[in-house]
Write a protein that binds this ligand. Structure first.
Ligand code: UT7
Length: 323
């Protein structure tokens, strides 16, 4: 028998304020047409004044608990993937733990920028298969609107705020590729590329800073690395890309998603796309997309899902899981 980390529930939350592309036309030399054509984005959500990443995460966590039919006290650990934690410390995860009324277990943040949720899933899987936790809540939550330079049209039109959560639970499998749960993970980073996507502030500058990106360079790495990591993860699971039922990619740019899908030999019918409605929500984009997909009835028990993401670091990776 093999212990597997199986999805027990999923949920998400989006802040109320919806910002269509046209809203940027007043203050920037940009257009709805350019943003749609180059990114696929039509709108994004922005957090209200005073609404924090942990606030969004708590809503998503409660939504996942309801979906799973569980109480917070039945969760052993919370891993929160974010690059926009409320404060430098403590972790946003401990804030969520407290808001959920969880006096038990442990909670910590994972910071791998847009790849954060994939890294958090791999960590949760490791905790579960090593017997350190039975149920882990994995959350991706971000308020990238707080680190936008509103004068930089090359970045501020791309990102949005939101949160998604997944509850993983230890279940016994047969040790075969038919098992439900996480079947493989593939994580990578290469700090030589840290300067092509970063925030120019933090503890060392005593300021929060703004996101800076060489978009074209990041794009080039994304189209090269995402299909490769997805393929590697599928092979590690002992499967082939033909076995994939649903691709749930990081939602940064529709052109990147299309190119990766094509390289994996699949059609866009096999892909969950939410970038048009959410923009790039960094570590929140995959759990948001998973939750939307489940809500639309696109996930069935036994389906083989692949998630893949890349972001600042660069950090990138993929997870293969059977729903
Ligand atoms: O989630 C983390 C990973 N991040 C990503 O995956 C993002 C990867 N990069 C991208 O998605 C794309 O590179 C962008 C969407 C950021 C940019 O698209 P692009 O097709 O690579 O455009 P570009 O940077 O080559 O810019 C083309 C032109 C430039 O003008 P010139 O130099 O040709 O005159 C830009 O200044 O488009 C201009 N431009 C804009 N025009 C109108 C850049 N941003 C805008 C804008 N509105 N918002």
């Amino acid at each position: 028998m093999t212990v597997r980390a199986v999805v027990r529930g999923v949920g998400h939350y989006l802040p109320e304020r919806v910002v269509p592309n046209a809203e940027f036309e007043d203050s920037l030399d940009t257009s709805d047409e350019w943003i749609r054509a180059r990114t696929g984005i039509e709108q994004r959500h922005f957090a209200a004044e005073g609404e924090t990443t942990s606030d969004l995460a708590v809503h998503a966590a409660n939504s996942a608990l309801r979906n799973a039919g569980l109480e917070a006290s039945e969760i052993d650990a919370i891993i929160l993937a974010t690059s926009t934690a409320d404060l430098t410390f403590p972790s946003a995860a401990t804030m969520v733990q407290s808001e959920l009324g969880m006096a038990n277990g442990f909670a910590f943040d994972v910071q791998a920028v847009c790849a954060g949720f994939v890294f958090a899933l791999a960590n949760a899987n490791a905790l579960i298969i090593s017997g350190q936790a039975n149920r882990v809540m994995v959350i991706g939550a971000e308020t990238f609107s707080r680190i936008m330079d509103w004068n930089d049209r090359t970045t501020c039109v791309l990102f949005g705020d939101g949160a998604g959560a997944l509850i993983l639970e230890a279940q016994n499998g047969a040790g075969s590729t038919d098992d439900r749960g996480i079947l493989s993970t593939d994580l990578n980073s290469d700090g030589r590329y840290r300067d092509i996507l970063y925030v120019d502030g933090g503890v060392s500058t005593q300021s929060t800073g703004f996101l800076r990106m060489q978009g074209k360079e990041v794009f080039r790495h994304a189209v090269e690395k995402l299909a490769k990591t997805a393929r590697t993860a599928v092979e590690k699971a002992g499967l082939t890309t033909d076995d994939i039922d649903l691709i749930v990619p990081h939602q940064a740019n529709l052109r990147i998603i299309k190119s990766t899908t094509q390289k994996l030999g699949h059609s866009m019918d096999d892909v969950v796309v939410t970038v048009q409605n959410h923009g790039n929500t960094s570590a929140a984009s995959i759990p948001l997309a998973l939750s939307v997909a489940q809500g639309e009835g696109r996930t069935s028990e036994g389906d083989l899902l692949v998630t893949e993401a890349i972001g600042g670091g660069l950090a990138w990776g993929a997870v293969v899981l059977r729903w």
